[in-house]
Design a binder for this molecule. Structure first.
Ligand code: ADP
Ligand code: MG
Length: 498
């Protein structure tokens, strides 16, 4: 089933001009304060909607609703009933996928080609976790105690989960946070990003339509320092699942200390993308470019440190620059656009600041490096795909996460050197390697400090595989068979039966 509406030309049905409401305990509500904030289209600056500015009081109500739902009939729902519900929700995501993708595109700027492209993955992820709802196992243990002891572990939902998500892929993040909650029988208070709150609200409508009971999924829109901070500190929340920047992740760790919440943190990265001279350069060089420029660089696992073995260095730099220059930067609603705008003026300024610092520190600008003007770009925060070559490890653009379309390309000579340099980063999210040498691929994959290593590919994802980081890229994994454990407590059960 596909949508009939031409979202590019007709007004999006979710954008009816009325202020949005947030979802608390199954009811659509304004903020207690009555305050709202604007969400705008970053390609045009146009106002999309007014959204409730939820604060501590609203978070209180949402957490209470989530707690009541957790202790209500939801708790007694059988795994196969949750599974059926999740398949129904997956059906609705599929049926409304175009509408959701357009909402992401309008609210945060990603090209429609990009947001549409995740359909199979996101519908598949919901179905994968639906399958897992009936695959939650404890274990039995053969203890060394005297007498007859039955010792077993039980897995139980952690309870009320607070999920705080970023703006760079609102639909993606919402599905990733909702699926394990429903699979394990937890309940959720979701805090969307202030820069892109619309898709999670529409998603919540679909969840209600699928039959998710009131209070199981709550959505409180608002700012990080208001709703986000209140959720992270709330004593009624058992776990926080956060995706976003390192600094905010650290604040959440501190805020969670009050009741020692469980945490999973999917934070930033400065991922190395390594090209050896025996690689298929015709594939490796464009992949290295796309690995940085996709979604205008606003992907946490962007391969922003490109290490290229000296013999193929000039060729890879040149190809990356050519690929970057050939990408069409434009409004996300234009099906021809490869790359959209940056999400906000603040983000554009940040990225341009890094370009300035790279110049000052002596990196060689090969292509891009500026904001795009002209009639097609003037109203948005568009940035040219940018390649800096001859970057040195200590430079800021080689160390800090930029979250923009800026590649730092650096030559290297041998394997040990590149492993050392790739690992010399506070982050450890993704890593890419291009080589035809199978032995080298295996050995370097083990030595790289990263949550994911992609060999002869980059940024691959699948519901069956885990995603997450090591070091300051955070802890915990999303997706994959292991993830449910992050939403489950283990209880040891001892029954003496002599
Ligand atoms: P950015 O700086 O790009 O907005 P953040 O990591 O700050 O990235 O934002 C990710 C999410 O974290 C957003 O939903 C934001 O509102 C939220 N957030 C920001 N600051 C805090 C905070 N102190 N406590 C909880 N959530 C926060
Ligand atoms: Mg917006």
């Amino acid at each position: 089933m596909t949508e009939e509406i031409d979202f590019a030309n007709a007004r999006h049905p979710f954008l009816d001009g009325r202020p949005k409401r947030m979802l608390i305990g199954g009811r659509w509500e304004a903020a207690a304060s009555g305050k709202t904030f604007e969400t705008r289209n970053p390609a045009t600056g146009g106002l999309l909607a007014l959204v409730p500015e939820g604060e501590a009081e609203d978070v209180d109500r949402a957490v209470a609703a989530a707690r009541a739902a957790f202790e209500g009939p939801w708790r007694r729902m059988k795994p196969d009933e949750r599974q059926a519900l999740m398949h129904k929700l997956a059906d609705l995501i599929d049926a409304h996928y175009d509408e959701l993708a357009w909402l992401d595109t309008l609210d945060m700027g990603s090209p429609i080609r990009h947001t549409r492209g995740s359909r199979r993955h996101l519908v598949g992820l919901m179905r994968y976790f639906a399958g897992q709802a009936t695959a939650i196992y404890g274990q039995t243990a053969d203890t060394s105690l005297n007498g007859n002891m039955f010792a077993a572990t039980l897995k139980e939902p952690v309870g009320v989960v607070g999920s705080i998500i970023p703006w760079n892929g609102p639909l993606w993040a919402t599905v990733f946070k909702v699926a394990p909650v429903l699979a394990t029988g937890c309940t959720l208070v979701l805090k969307p990003a202030e820069d892109a709150p619309l898709t999670p609200l529409r998603f919540a409508e679909l969840a209600l339509a699928a039959g998710v009971p009131p209070g199981v999924i709550n959505v409180v829109t608002g700012f990080g320092r208001g709703a986000g901070a209140a959720l992270a500190a709330h004593p009624g929340v058992d776990k926080i699942s956060f995706t976003g920047s390192v600094g905010t992740g650290q604040e959440i760790v501190r805020a969670s200390a009050g009741n020692l919440k469980r945490l999973s943190l999917e934070l930033g990265g400065k991922s190395p993308h390594i090209v050896f001279d025996d690689a298929d350069i015709a594939r490796a060089a464009p992949a290295a470019a796309i690995g940085v420029f996709a979604n205008a660089g606003q992907i946490c696992s962007a391969g922003t440190r490109v290490f290229v073995q000296r013999g193929v260095y000039d060729e890879v730099v040149e190809t990356m620059a050519k690929v970057g220059a050939g990408l069409r930067v434009g409004a996300g609603t234009d099906p021809a656009s490869d790359i959209g705008p940056l999400v906000s003026p603040r983000q554009l300024e940040r990225v341009l600041g890094y370009v300035g610092s790279a110049r000052d520190e002596g990196a060689r600008l090969v292509s891009g490096g500026e904001r795009l003007g002209g009639p097609a770009h003037a109203a948005g925060h568009f940035m040219a795909p940018t390649v800096f070559a001859d970057v040195r490890d200590p430079m800021r653009i080689a160390r800090e996460e930029i979250f923009g379309p800026v590649a730092s390309v650096m030559p290297f000579d041998d394997l040990d050197e590149v492993v050392r340099r790739a690992n010399d980063s506070p982050f450890g999210l993704g890593a890419g390697v291009w080589t035809r040498d199978v032995g080298r691929a295996h050995s370097i994959a083990k030595r790289l400090q990263a949550g994911s290593v992609w060999v002869n590919c980059y940024n691959q994802m699948d519901p069956s595989m885990p995603f997450g980081g090591v070091k300051m890229s955070g802890y915990g994994r999303e997706s994959g068979a292991q993830q449910l454990d992050e939403y489950l407590n283990v209880k040891g059960l001892w029954i003496q039966h002599d």
